[in-house]
Design a protein. Structure first.
Length: 80
């Protein structure tokens, strides 16, 4: 098995000069970063809008039929 630390140090030797060429004060996320952020923001907005619609359709009031079924089940448990 090859020595991983040797290959890691070799890679760092080649990458460090490339990193020193960049001005640390001028590094920005760029256009790709903005596009990724905008897509994620739109996805969250769409999911929240969809969730709002789905939550509006939920009926939290218990219907008569399920109430009588529960009463009958409770009565049957008490009898037997």
């Amino acid at each position: 098995m090859p020595d991983m630390s040797a290959s890691a140090s070799l890679a760092m030797t080649h990458l460090v000069p490339l990193a020193k060429e960049l001005d640390e004060d001028k590094v920005t996320p760029g256009v790709l970063g903005f596009i990724v952020f905008a897509v994620m923001a739109l996805a969250v907005w769409a999911l929240m809008k969809s969730m709002n619609r789905h939550m509006g359709r939920v009926d939290f009031v218990e219907s008569e039929a399920s109430g009588t079924e529960k009463a009958e089940a409770t009565a049957a448990e008490k009898r037997g």
